[in-house]
Design a binder for this molecule. Structure first.
Ligand code: PEP
Ligand code: MG
Length: 582
């Protein structure tokens, strides 16, 4: 039966393909059918993983200190009992033997069934046990994953479907997991959770893969192997589409492709407005090799290199100075002398630190130990990164950009550490640019309200509108429940932006916007009207934004903006914006 689900469109385009369901229990569960004849070996893998977890729990139990709270021992006993019950492995083994599911997939299927049964139980004590079962099963899944090699596309759909496009459906996907999927031939992403500027959405856009997030219950309503149409323009997912609908969407896909080809003609056009104001379009990148595309599409530099993506791989240790230097140098080399703003690590909130570090080190709250706050608590990690960036600056225009500053003392401590990193390199006889430019991101309202503090201390500023909006409007940008309140056009946001740009320009300090607003071509004219001349965005948005720039008249736009900024009432603002954009 055909039905449609709705969510938040976060990455444009149309995808048509079969659903690949990624389990809610653990994103890293690979789903594949094992070869016939290998069923017993797979069943043994599962039983071995159970044994290993049992051993780990026994060791934990024995190693408990004498003064450990009694609940701790009781908790380990309950987990031991769950593991000892042969029923937990029974059904998964049956699934391996009869349906040839891989071990982790089989166990997850059983876990989901059990959780559903527990959800119907009234007794609160028994209901609580669902969590114990989940924790035990996830521990076994982790053990299985540790034995598993990296995924290949054919892991996901049966071999009979090779060549068929596939669309990932998941409860949620972490940004670094999203990057892992880059190697696979997926044509779309659908998640139950997420918002427009969550980092997962940002990565989907950078991969140019259509995506819809915040599609509540998608991972429960869509089944593995269902045919799907994912409309990344309107935020619609059609499950089991009929022939007519498929034909309509295929036609739409063709049109989008044609449009994209037409845009390519703008690649070499000079970026200036109709009234000859020069505009600079920079690229945002997550991985060094993204710089290749950025240059091809005519970016005048990298406005934001989210360096934390080098630090988010759970399986690898945090990269050392040499490794980081190689990666930064690669971007600098690829950009052939153009500026590269290397943003220092911004982990925390929806970006978990890898290298085997525990999540408790940064926390998941967007108000917590994130970005520069975390770096300042780990001066050795921070100094290592600073030295690596400085060394890259010997080969081109590498610049340091600091995220999430708000306090004068944080700024001063940061600048002190940059000087210390320079001294350390000097002592080691390593080359670097002693006049390297250092910039600050303006993404906390407090920073925007005390801008002179930043203007006096930094060489350039870059406005992170994703966070500036999140913190000004007090909504978690990754939470779909408040996604409807995420509004870049809120008068408070527009006035803050106007003020930051105006103050920076007056002081002759370069200022850019590197949040998602800069890449939204529907907002290009508005940002030009606010006086912005430097835009940094995902490279795939570059030509769309350029098209807007070429036809805009900044003089006219600037004259009409005061009315927009004074309009607090929604109808009044809509009229003022309509006039501005007409
Ligand atoms: C921003 O906050 O706008 C920004 C560019 O940084 P990030 O999206 O990585 O938080
Ligand atoms: Mg930010």
């Amino acid at each position: 039966m055909t039905f449609a689900l709705h969510g938040i469109p976060v990455s444009k385009g149309i995808a048509i393909g079969k659903a690949v369901l990624i389990s809610r229990a653990a994103i890293e569960v690979s789903h594949h059918l094992i070869d016939s004849g290998k069923e017993e070996a797979e069943a043994k893998k599962l039983l071995d993983a159970f044994d290993q977890v049992r051993l780990e729990l026994d060791q934990l139990r024995q190693g408990l200190p004498k003064d450990a709270p009694p609940e701790m021992a009781a908790f380990l006993d309950v987990h031991g009992m769950i593991l000892a019950d042969p029923a937990l492995a029974e059904k998964p083994i049956k699934l391996i033997r009869t349906q040839r599911l891989n071990a982790a997939w089989a166990l997850t299927t059983e876990l989901n069934d059990l959780l559903e049964q527990f959800a119907e139980i009234e007794d609160s004590y028994l209901k609580e046990r669902a969590n114990d079962i989940r924790q035990v099963a996830e521990r076994v899944i982790k053990t299985l994953n540790a034995q598993q090699d990296s995924l290949t596309p054919s892991d996901f759909l049966p071999t009979s479907d090779i060549g068929v496009e596939s669309i990932i459906v998941a409860h949620d996907i972490a940004p670094h997991d999203m990057l892992r999927f880059k190697e696979h031939a997926f044509t779309g992403f659908i998640t139950d959770l997420g918002g427009k500027t969550s980092h997962t959405a940002i990565v989907a856009r950078s991969m140019e893969i259509p995506a819809v997030v915040g599609v509540r219950h998608a991972s429960e309503m869509i089944r593995h192997g269902d045919w799907l149409v994912l409309d990344g323009e309107r935020g619609v997912v059609v499950v089991a589409p009929d022939e007519q609908l498929l034909a309509e969407y295929r036609e739409l896909q063709t049109q989008i492709l044609k449009e994209a080809r037409k845009l390519q003609q703008l690649k070499h056009a000079k970026t200036e407005t109709a009234d000859r104001v020069e505009i600079e379009l920079f690229a945002n990148i997550e991985l060094p090799e993204d710089a290749i595309q950025a240059v091809k599409l005519g970016a005048v530099g990298v406005g934001l290199f989210r360096s934390e993506f080098l630090f988010m791989d759970r399986k690898q240790a945090l990269p050392d100075e040499e490794k980081q230097y190689q990666e930064y140098r690669r971007v600098v080399d690829l950009m052939h002398g153009l500026p590269v703003n290397i943003r220092t690590i911004d982990v925390g909130a929806d970006k978990a630190l890898g290298g085997g570090r525990d999540i408790s080190q940064t926390g998941t709250s967007p108000l917590g130990l994130r970005a520069i706050r975390w770096s300042l608590t780990e001066p050795e990690v921070f100094l290592t990164q600073l030295r690596a960036i400085l060394r890259a600056s010997a080969h081109g225009q590498a610049r340091i950009m600091i995220p999430m500053l708000a306090h004068a003392k944080e700024i001063d401590e940061t600048l002190r550490l940059i000087e210390k990193a320079k001294q350390q390199l000097h002592q080691r006889g390593k080359a670097f640019n002693p006049n390297i430019q250092v910039g600050a991101m303006i993404e906390i309202p407090a920073a925007a309200l005390v801008l002179p503090l930043f203007i006096n201390r930094f060489d350039f500023l870059s406005i992170g509108t994703n966070d500036l909006i999140q913190y000004t409007l007090a909504i978690d940008r990754a939470d779909h429940a408040v996604a409807h309140l995420y509004d870049p056009l809120h008068p408070a946001i527009l006035n803050l932006l106007a003020n930051i740009i105006d103050q920076a320009k007056r002081a002759n300090v370069p200022v850019a916007v590197c949040g998602e607003m800069a890449g939204d071509s529907a907002l290009t004219r508005l940002l030009l009207a606010l006086g912005l001349t430097d835009f940094s965005m995902h490279f795939n948005q570059l030509l769309l934004v350029k098209r807007e720039v070429l036809s805009a008249n900044v003089g006219l736009l600037r004259a009409r903006v005061p009315r927009v900024l004074r309009a607090y009432e929604p109808e009044e603002q809509a009229k003022a914006l309509e006039r501005l954009l007409s």
